[in-house]
Write a protein that binds this ligand. Structure first.
Ligand SMILES: *Cc1c(COP(=O)(O)O)cnc(C)c1O
Length: 230
């Protein structure tokens, strides 16, 4: 069933993003809204497209491939945002325009080797484990320069920026501090690699702080589609 509230959610979210952007003195056209559609049926993505959303983020490969097949009549841009196992790189390289969760050289090299020659370079964000959580994927900040250099030398990949999922915090000031840290890593990366233009941070619960600290791409799931069941 399509959530009757989807249209409302999209309108409300777009308004809140616009307002936050204005309050921070930023221009809205620099912020991309990525709809995180994991666990959501293709019919809901199709409805979201009718309301103006054309970029979707998926975490699970086989689920994503099914939805892509269902929605191939639509001009959508697909981002892979989940953990990447080596045996999944070929399908990811073949079907996605973006991968935001690259966190090690081995995966970068495999994606580059397996990117079909008739497709444009695969847009890549490096996932940073900004809160140094042992359980989370992501490169540690000190490994960023070497990994970025490796990616920038692979012609089948295009280094676009950084993605992070900070540890949960109930304190907005703490959330902002982590986003500020990410922004400074992003600026350092940009100074070395001119192709870098994307700072992917901010989800349903913390996008306002992310915008205030310079996010260029928000990854929003539940605020659009409602709470997930699993
Ligand atoms: C699920 C997910 C999101 C969206 O989370 P919400 O809190 O539902 O907005 C964003 N980024 C990643 C990497 C995710 O896995």
């Amino acid at each position: 069933m399509i959530q009757p509230s989807l249209k409302d959610n999209i309108t409300k979210l777009t308004q809140r993003v616009r307002l936050t952007v204005e309050m921070c003195g930023r221009t809205q056209d620099r912020i991309t809204l990525l709809a995180v559609s994991k666990t959501r049926p293709a019919s809901e993505l199709r409805a979201a497209f009718e309301y103006g959303i054309d970029q979707f983020g998926e975490n699970y490969l086989s689920e994503a491939l099914e939805k892509m097949a269902d929605l191939q009549d639509l001009p959508l841009t697909w981002h892979f945002i989940g953990p990447i196992q080596s045996n999944k790189t070929r399908a990811i390289a073949g079907h996605f325009a973006w991968v935001q969760s690259v966190d090690r050289e081995k995966i970068a090299r495999r994606l580059a080797e397996q990117r079909p020659a008739d497709l444009p370079p695969l847009n890549v964000c490096i996932q940073v484990n900004i809160s140094a959580e042992a359980s989370k994927s992501g490169a540690s900040p000190r490994d960023l320069p070497a990994l970025a250099q490796c990616i920038s030398e692979l012609p089948a990949l295009r280094l676009r920026g950084l993605m992070a999922i900070p540890a949960r915090s109930d304190d907005p000031a703490q959330r902002r501090a982590v986003f500020a840290e990410l922004h400074s890593l992003y600026r350092e990366l940009r100074a070395v690699h001119p192709s870098v233009d994307t700072l992917s941070m901010g989800m349903s619960g913390d996008f306002a702080e992310a915008i205030a600290e310079g996010a260029t791409l928000l990854r929003i799931g539940s605020a659009l589609f409602g709470p997930r069941n699993g």
